[in-house]
Design a protein around this ligand. Sequence first.
Ligand code: FES
Length: 137
Amino acid sequence: MQSGDNEKTDREVREILDYYKELPERGSQEVIVSMLRELQDVCGWIGPSVLEEAAQTAGVKESLIEIIMKRYPSLKKSPYVHEITVCTGQNCASRDNLKLLQELRQRLKIGGDGISQDGRIRVKKIVDFEPTLTKGS
Ligand code: FES
C-alpha cells in the first residue's frame, strides 16, 4: 500500500471513530457491529490497533469487541483472502472430512485462530451444511 493510501485509510478510520464516539448508544452491540463493519470496509479487516480504538470509541473492553467479532464471522481479525469451510457433521464425517480437515490444518499450518501461517487462508469447521427444508404453501 502506498503512503497516500495509508493516509486516506487513516483519515477514513478517524472519521468513522469520531462519528461513532458521538452516538449516545455507542456501547450497544448493534452500534458496535455497524462501526466494525464500516472499519472493515475501509481497512479490509479489523487489526489489533483498530480493535483497540474501536473499544475505546465504544467505551467497552477489547474482550467484548472480540466476543462480538466471534459472533459475526464476516468480521475478520486477519486479512485472509480465502476461507475453506469443512463440514464435520455425521454424514460428511463418514466421507473422510475429518481426515481432510486434519490434512488441511497440517499442510496450511493452521493456527489456533483458524488462520494459515501465511495469513492468507482461514479454515473453518462447521457441523452441518444441510439447508433447512421449509414447507411450501
Ligand atoms: S453433515 Fe455435512 S452437510 Fe450435513
